[in-house]
Design a protein around this ligand. Structure first.
Ligand code: AMP
Ligand code: MG
Length: 359
């Protein structure tokens, strides 16, 4: 039995390009007239994958659409990466206290969205954690190997944290940071935004079947090769190679966050790359995996990061309060056990490969 024709394996997700489980040979043959373009690249310090199908556009039109979408992802990187010297983010971070920096409309759009997600998550998502991300060894300005900073270093870095210190002039597309030494980091939202932009370029080019993934943030247009919903497998955070569930998506986005890909361990304590802005330290929520589904990739990307910071119960409360958002939140419960929460709207749509805890 031919189960999966192509399988792409990413950080927290696995994407099947054909049906979700049954024998699809007949459908694959039916789909023989589809033009197909696959792209794999490295952008924003991470893997980019794109898959496009069309029975309206020919192969060269599809290739052109894919190339334009990839160029758009690279444009987002040039604007928003802390690793690119003259990006908008690097210019903002290099500016003096109170100085206004003119930035691209896309960057101000992401900043405004980041502020919104900060408000929704009770300040758990906060782009001004940047000096702390550097201090704990996960940022563009980090010096050397991972180590635990002193309390003094943490409180000094905490001085500049808070969205209230980011001033936006939306009309003039300008931003100003209110404290000396303050910096911002869009690592928790820019990949999702790049997916949003890439999909909008594909739409504009008439593509109606596509999947775009940037570093674990995914967006799908229409149906897959078999003209069925796209199948996105959510990785099991503890059992390598296993999956918690498979999401079936159409015209939706998935954002993920987890503490099991980017972390270091000292004396048996795990220090994750996600920083709690309230303590200046890696999150201690014990949330190990967050998957958020919605209609904007920037939003689901940032929400997934924010939910990783909050206490399990608080993340669940916010998740259920957002009408257009569904998700799965997984917490380490000790002794290798997991608490798995699936939002109400998602419960009837998916089958968990482990029993869920509904609390
Ligand atoms: P993700 O892997 O999408 O959850 O994003 C994690 C990245 O977001 C980190 O590598 C940091 O660059 C950044 N980050 C870490 N903590 C936070 C936070 N509390 N709020 C916003 N961004 C954060
Ligand atoms: Mg994120």
């Amino acid at each position: 039995m031919k189960y999966l024709l192509f399988v792409y394996s990413f950080l927290n997700l696995l994407i099947s390009l054909t049906g979700c489980g049954s024998d699809r040979n007949a459908n694959v043959e039916d789909a023989g007239c589809l033009a197909e373009t696959l792209i794999e690249d490295q952008v924003m310090g991470t893997a980019v994958h794109m898959v496009l199908y069309s029975d309206e556009l020919n192969k060269s039109q599809l290739d052109k659409a894919a190339a334009e979408a990839l160029e758009e992802i690279k444009r987002v990187e040039r604007l928003m990466s802390s690793w690119v010297e003259d990006s908008d983010v690097s210019r903002i971070n290099a500016a003096k206290k109170g100085e206004w920096v003119e930035i691209d409309r896309s960057t101000i759009d992401v900043l405004a969205n980041a502020m919104l997600i900060g408000a929704i998550t009770n300040k758990a998502f906060d782009i001004t954690v940047s000096p702390l991300v550097d201090l704990w060894g996960f940022g563009a300005k980090s010096k050397g190997p991972f180590s635990i900073p002193s309390d003094e270093e943490i409180s000094e870095a905490m001085r500049t944290v808070g969205h209230g210190k980011v001033l936006l002039d939306i009309g003039n597309s300008a931003v100003s940071l209110a404290e000396e030494g303050m910096t911002i980091d869009l690592g928790g939202i820019a990949k999702g935004y790049a997916v949003d932009r890439a999909l909008s370029v594909l739409y504009k080019n008439g593509v109606d079947q596509a999947m775009v993934e940037v570093g674990g943030e995914v967006g799908v247009i229409g149906k897959n090769k078999d003209r069925e919903k796209w199948c996105i497998g959510v990785r099991h955070p503890l059992k390598r190679g296993n999956f918690l569930t498979v999401l079936e998506l159409e015209n939706e986005f998935v954002g993920t966050s987890g503490d099991y890909e980017n972390f270091f361990v000292v004396d048996g304590v795990r220090y994750s790359h996600i920083i709690d802005p309230r303590t200046g330290r890696p999150t201690t929520s014990n949330i190990t995996s967050v998957t958020v589904v919605g209609t904007s990739c920037a939003k689901v990307d940032a929400l997934a990061t924010g939910f990783s910071v909050l206490q399990y119960e608080d993340s669940i409360k916010i998740l259920e309060s957002l009408p257009d958002i569904e998700g799965i939140i997984v917490r380490r419960a000790g002794d290798g056990e997991l608490d798995i929460y699936v939002s109400e709207g998602l419960r009837r749509k998916i089958r968990l490969l482990e029993p869920a805890t509904t609390k």
